[in-house]
Design a protein. Structure first.
Length: 124
């Protein structure tokens, strides 16, 4: 998908957006009383795919970011309190750079021996 492209999936609408649109779009969802269902991170050949899924009744809408491994993403925890768990997890397990998580667990959410175990390992 290209920037601003949308697709309909069996579970609802998936819309790819640029990182600068994340906070305004999340605020729109909150104002419209959509609930945050989940945030998911995966690695894709040096990129991250972050999916923020919202529901309103039986409607489901996912905002998707595809970002470089060094890009920063703003936290949405000031809009949806529960997002801090997802965001701490994405940072701790995948290495996603998320700004201003509240509360910030400082990489102590999980008891793990390996730093960012799900981050794509670079071969060199």
């Amino acid at each position: 998908m290209t920037e601003q492209e949308t697709m309909t999936a069996p579970g609802g609408l998936i819309e790819e957006i640029p990182v600068q649109d994340l906070l305004p779009r999340v605020i729109e969802k909150k104002i419209a009383n959509w609930r945050l269902c989940q945030i998911c991170a995966v690695t894709l050949q040096g990129l991250y795919e972050l999916s923020y899924s919202f529901a309103d009744g039986y409607e489901f809408h996912t905002l998707r970011l595809v970002i470089g491994s060094d890009e920063e993403v703003p936290s949405i925890s000031q809009v949806y309190d529960c997002a801090f768990l997802y965001e701490n997890e994405m940072r701790e397990l995948f290495g996603v750079h998320i700004q201003h998580i509240a509360p910030d667990m400082q990489d102590k959410l999980y008891r793990i021996d390996t730093k960012t175990p799900f981050a794509e390992k670079r071969r060199g």
